[in-house]
Design a protein around this ligand. Sequence first.
Ligand code: GUN
Length: 292
Amino acid sequence: MTILDGKKVSNDIKNEIAEEVKKMKALGEKVPHLAAVIVGNDGASLTYVGSKVKACERVGFESTMIRMSNTTSEIELLDKIEELNLNDDIDGFIIQLPLPKQIDTQKVLMSVDPDKDVDGFHPMNFGKMALDMSTFIPATPFGILELLDRYNVETKGKHTVVIGRSHIVGRPMSILMGRKGFPGNSTVTITHSHTKNITQITSQADIIISALGVPNFLKAEMVKDDVVIIDVGITRVVDETSPKGYVITGDVDFENVSKKASFITPVPGGVGPMTIAMLLKNTLLARELRHK
Ligand code: GUN
C-alpha cells in the first residue's frame, strides 16, 4: 500500500512555483497577485482562506484577503467583484464558498471575469473543461489529477466511482476521469444521495473518489482488494481531547480500508494541501494569460 502524500507533493509544487516567481523577479516582471473574498465568519472557511493567503506568501505571490460581513447583500458582493474584475493589478481571485443564504451563488460566480476565475467555477470555464479545451480546472479535482499523475496511478480502462455530485468536486471529477488522456480514460460511475445499494457499486470500483462529507462513510467491506482511494472529505468532528476541540475526519475508514488499498490519500495531508497548490498553479496561469 502506498500513501498518496499530498503534503509532500504540494510542497514540491510550491517549490517549483517559487522558482518561477524568482525568475520573474530577476527579470523585473510583475509577480502573480491572488485575491480571496470571504463573506461571513465560518470558521472552516476562514481557515481555508488563511491557508491560501499563507501559501501565496510562501511562493512569493502577492495576495489580498477581502473580508465582508455576514449581512453583505448580493449587490454589495457583485460591486466588489466588478472592482476586482477591473483591477489590473489582480491576476485572479476566488469567492470562498459557501455564501450566506441571501446571496445567489450561481449569479455571483457568473459575474467573475472568466480570465480571472482561478477556481474554474464560471460556466464558461466549466464548459471548456468538459470540452477538453485549455482552461482553469477547479483546484481540488486538478489536485487529484496531479496526485494520480505524480504517483503514476493507472486510470486507463479502470472503473472509477465518484461519490458525491457537488459542483466543486464530484461533478468536475466525473468529467475529468472520463476524458481522453492521462489521468483519464476511466469508465466513470457517479453516485449520490439517491443511489441505491451503493456497496454493490463501490465494491466493483478500481478507483474511488469520495467527496461526500460523511465521516468514516466508506468501510473496508465496501471495497475490493487493491482499490485506489481518494478521500476528499474534511469534516470537523468534535473531540474534547484534541487541542482545537475537533479533529478533521475524512469520508474513509482509513485504518481498515488502507489494509485493502493499493494507493490511498490520508486525511489530513492528502487532497487538502493539493487544492491550495493547484490554486497557486491556476493563479500563475492567469498571470501568464494576462501578460503575454
Ligand atoms: N469551498 C470549498 N472548497 C472551495 C474551493 O475550492 N474554492 C472556493 N472558492 N470555495 C470553496
